[in-house]
Design a protein around this ligand. Structure first.
Ligand SMILES: Cc1cc2nc3c(=O)[nH]c(=O)nc-3n(C[C@H](O)[C@H](O)[C@H](O)COP(=O)(O)OP(=O)(O)OC[C@H]3O[C@@H](n4cnc5c(N)ncnc54)[C@H](O)[C@@H]3O)c2cc1C
Length: 363
């Protein structure tokens, strides 16, 4: 058996890499085993940092998301300084247009923490070009975005630079255990062992241990602002009722996403793409003329309550960092911080208790 480091992290997506860096900063020797970097949902995401636009109800999940959003500027600055790789972090705000008010005509718009309601004229002035059926919308100036593909490249580069032992193309086939202790992981390279293990395998987590995490597929596409347009027509994310439109600073515009329970069925479908295009063109009609750039899909790691599974497990030396569903890009910095503090210093932040796997007892 091969002892490779203090800690083996299984999974080299955004959560595994962010955690590896945080543990490394504490002084740990860390190995990341990643079956396939490209299959990570981290590459497929839209990169919205949107606790408010996502309308997450008040409670531990919203606190976790807001906490992570506030860690982002410093986290990104550190990463960009280490690697010299730009991550496209952009505090552009998110505008959530609505077509029909769900309350009675006399009632004020639904209350929203820190959001500002813009009426029909207000929103038309603030964001020209929206469908005339839009009756108003919420403006969330604190919500932001990051270019998630650039971000995971930067995390990967930083991990290599700072001495994390990153093994791409190494699949963990099973986790060996004895008396509530993990004794090693069986891989394509043989059995590897360490003091502590982390399960950070996203949507694939229950292929290794019985955790309630399953894939929810999302299809996406991107268009490009035509080259003759010298100014970006969109300067903020549009978070519509069935579509989001995420303009990058380089002129790419990301459109997403479907939510499908089809297991790990790959590929884009005409139905999925047609739905996205119809909703996007309805919300922002000018898009119909923009050249299409790319189609792709990915698998969100979903749990029954749509909240992540973080912290200790039924095994003395294995920690969970999985199940981030549609907010894993947003939640990477806080997950890394809280889980690393737990593993390395046994410091348990009060928030962690809300994300413990035991809430699913009996499932
Ligand atoms: C279409 C779509 C849009 C999204 N948009 C957003 C968004 O706007 N904002 C946001 O915050 N989040 C978004 N998300 C969610 C976000 O992408 C995920 O929550 C996040 O990527 C989860 O990170 P992870 O590291 O847990 O898993 P992943 O990023 O999926 O990485 C898991 C890694 O583990 C590896 N692995 C799996 N099994 C094994 C094994 N047995 N051995 C070794 N390695 C293994 C895989 O190869 C993979 O590289 C979106 C997701 C999708 C699919």
């Amino acid at each position: 058996m091969n002892a490779v480091s203090d800690i083996i992290i299984v999974g080299g997506g955004i959560i595994g890499l962010a955690l590896a860096l945080e543990l490394r900063a504490h002084g740990a020797n860390v190995t990341v085993l990643c079956r396939d970097f490209k299959e990570a949902a981290a590459h497929a995401a839209a990169g919205m940092l949107a606790p408010q636009a996502e309308a997450i109800p008040p409670g531990a999940m919203l606190d976790l998301c807001l906490g992570s959003r506030s860690l982002y500027p410093e986290w990104i600055e550190k990463l960009e300084t280490i690697t010299g790789i730009g991550t496209g972090y952009w505090r552009c705000g998110i505008l959530a247009p609505v077509y029909v008010r769900l309350t009675s005509p006399e009632a004020p718009p639904l209350p929203s923490k820190e959001g500002t309601w813009l009426d029909k004229d207000g929103i038309a002035q603030f964001q020209p070009g929206l469908n005339s059926e839009v009756i108003g919308g919420w403006w969330y100036p604190e919500d932001a975005q990051v270019d998630n593909r650039a971000l995971v490249q930067a995390l990967w580069a930083a991990a290599l630079q700072l001495g994390v032992n990153v093994r791409e193309g190494v699949a963990v086939e099973s986790i060996e255990q004895q008396h509530q202790k993990i004794t090693g992981v069986s891989t394509s390279l043989g059995v590897l062992s360490s003091e502590h293990y982390v399960l950070a395998t996203g949507a694939w987590s229950n292929q290794l241990l019985p955790v309630p995490v399953y894939p929810k597929k999302g299809q996406m596409l991107s268009v490009q602002v035509p080259s003759h347009q010298t100014q970006l027509p969109l300067q903020r994310v549009l978070f519509g009722e069935e579509i989001y439109i995420v303009p990058r600073q380089d002129g790419r515009i990301v459109l997403g996403a479907t939510k499908e329970e089809v297991g790990f069925t790959p590929d884009n479908t005409p139905y999925g793409i047609q739905k996205l295009l119809a909703a996007a063109i309805r919300l922002y009609p000018e898009l119909q003329h923009f050249p299409i750039q790319e189609f792709w899909w990915g698998f969100r790691p979903t749990t029954p309550d749509e909240m992540p599974i973080l912290g200790s497990s039924a095994y003395d030396n294995l920690t969970f960092a999985t199940g981030h569903y549609r907010n894993g890009i947003l939640l990477a910095p806080i997950t890394a911080k809280l889980v690393a503090d737990w593993i390395w210093q046994q410091k348990s932040h009060p928030l962690l208790s809300y994300f413990h796997y035991s809430r699913f007892a009996g499932i």
